[in-house]
Write a protein that binds this ligand. Structure first.
Ligand code: F6P
Length: 255
């Protein structure tokens, strides 16, 4: 039965790969909605994938969230990241400190013996602060490195779960409701066709930057995230998906 399961996943992986035109899909058994250890497994798979891709002197940009925190947590100390640079993809997106991109980025760099730069910017930023903060030398340097990322690893969330987690203001919630937002990634909210409904104003990687980056890896699992994953991938901004059985089976059912 174990081998059957593996073969089943191979078919599922292939189907998702074709549907969303991806280079690689990795599915781990179980559903992280119901079994928290599955999220750790997701993290482990993401660590192996990253280590298989990492060459010397590369730049890795990461986002926040609990799935990305699991990636950092599951990483065993190694020196594979020597000479590499880790950066947060975008400025503070309102997560708890343990789930913030800065924290995850520093933990990954330390475990892999790489270097890191952090971004200390509030979120959301006012138009005025935005223009002055990008001129700050410390911020400018990190932003410059972010734009040169070789590998990006990021989470995908359900739009309203994320809006609540970030304590979004009433007008933003209304905007998301009227725009029928389904998913969120990088501070962008998308509808079911992958169209942008709302964008959090902050510095760092912008969606259009992703098209110049060779490896963009989404880490997202759980049956409840299937609709969000589908919505995000409708516009094909990432080329690798690391997910779990719960999300993968729901995704296929949905198509
Ligand atoms: O806030 C950072 C972020 O990566 C979001 O862009 C994404 O929607 C969310 O975290 C995913 O969080 P989790 O992995 O906890 O579901």
């Amino acid at each position: 039965p174990y081998f059957e399961e593996l073969r089943g996943f191979r078919d599922l992986e292939m189907k998702l790969k074709q549907t969303f035109d991806l280079e690689r899909v990795i599915i781990t058994p179980g559903d992280s909605d119901t079994d928290p250890w599955v999220k750790d497994e997701l993290g482990k798979r993401a660590v192996s994938f990253l280590q298989s891709q990492l060459n010397i002197k590369q730049t890795v940009a990461v986002t926040g969230g609990t799935s990305m925190a699991a990636v950092a947590k599951m990483m065993a100390p190694t020196d594979l990241g020597k000479g590499s640079m880790f950066v947060p993809a975008r400025g503070g997106l309102g997560e708890r400190v343990e789930n913030q991109a800065n924290t995850i980025c520093a933990e990954m760099a330390n475990k892999m013996k790489g270097d890191y730069r952090l971004l200390y910017v509030p979120d959301p930023l006012s138009e005025e602060t935005y223009h002055s903060i990008i001129e700050e030398p410390g911020v400018k340097e990190t932003l410059h490195i972010i734009k040169q990322a070789d590998i990006v690893m990021h989470g995908i969330g359900d739009a309203f779960t994320m809006a609540k987690r970030r304590k979004a203001e009433t007008n933003v919630l209304e905007n998301l409701k009227s725009g029928k937002a389904i998913s969120e990634a990088f501070g962008y909210y998308f509808d079911q066709n992958g169209q942008i409904v709302h964008k959090v104003r902050t510095v760092g990687m912008q969606l259009e930057d992703l098209s110049h980056i060779k490896t963009v890896v989404a880490i997202a699992g759980g049956n409840s995230k299937a609709k969000a994953i589908e919505s995000y991938f409708r516009q094909g901004k990432s080329n690798v998906l690391i997910t779990d059985e719960g999300a993968a089976k729901a995704l296929i059912k949905d198509l």
